[in-house]
Design a protein around this ligand. Sequence first.
Ligand code: FNR
Length: 372
Amino acid sequence: MSTTTTLFDPTEVGAWRLHNRVVMAPLTRNRAPDAIPTDLMATYYEQRASAGLIITEATAISPTAQGYADVPGLYGTEQIDGWKKVTHAVHRAGGKIVTQLWHVGRISHVELQPDHQKPVAPSAIRAEAQTVLIKEGKPEFQPTSEPRALRSEEIPGIVQDYRHAAQNAIAAGFDGVEIHAANGYLIDQFLKTGANQRKDDYGGPIENRARLLLEVVRAITEAIGADRVGIRLSPVTPANGIDDADPQPLFEYVVKQLAPLHLAYLHIIEGSTGGPRELPERPFDYGALKTAYQMAGGKGAWMVNNGYDLPLANEALAEGADLVAFGRSFISNPDLVARLRAGGPFNKAHRVTFYGGGAEGYTDYPTLDQAG
Ligand code: FNR
């Protein structure tokens, strides 16, 4: 009898029983005017509820955490009420959904900040990156603004914002949260030498650069329970102009510290987010990362992402991954699980409708049944 695990086998992850191992990766879609989730968003997520787990688009934990036009938040009552429509729709359809908690740090623009203040960051170093404003209904890419360095005494307030947003997530009916510590946003900016030149307890050696991440994880797990919390890491992606001088020991330290905290899952972006999985100039040993986590007693599910298709996903499961997150293919295939099971065909994603707009390129991709 074969004991090979497939993408379609159910599994227990933290507090959840998942129908399968296919995860919908977090995907910013810029369709939440005033940061409030809409009925259209509820339809979009409900269409994708056959995923074992949905991770929502990144969601701002406070007004200053915002870095792009029309992304949702989770710090006010109207936002909680908006998200309730989404979580109810997904649960009605039999799915599970967590929200990705986000502080963009320096990846923002003064136009998106309260009173047009500078965005906050570990250090006052502008990112070589762009953000998206929406002008006359169309996405417009703009260079990010110069940030200001957070004062040491402001950091507890940021941690408190994360805790509060996690509590709001539970109030909104989410099954849990994913902490966004990837892709060059605030937590990743603290982790990596390219963005962090602080001289206080949050800069310098690895233990200091990882301090904010661990404080956020502890605050959130205390508030909502570790078995409802996952974290996303991207050791080597250059996304949003981020870089670290020596990522292997940094991330091995991080996962060893996470091991005793009993998170539901670790979500690892391999290579350059949305780009090559191998970066010759930034080699990284993901097997060693996983070993470091497990040797330290880490028992959370191991979720992998970036450029996965069915054969590559099967290979990852055979090598011991527990979950595989799919991004772009979930944009264009609401019934991705059924299509993977059938071996295709797959709809192509249209880039022009990724960021901003309405139903077009959002809720109108056909399922296999609709395609006839
Ligand atoms: C993304 N990605 C992303 N990542 C993240 O952590 N939070 C987010 O909000 C977003 N938003 C987002 C929007 C769009 C339109 C794209 C294409 C990507 C990255 C995404 O989760 C994933 O890591 C990449 O797309 C790589 O996975 P795939 O697409 O190769 O399966």
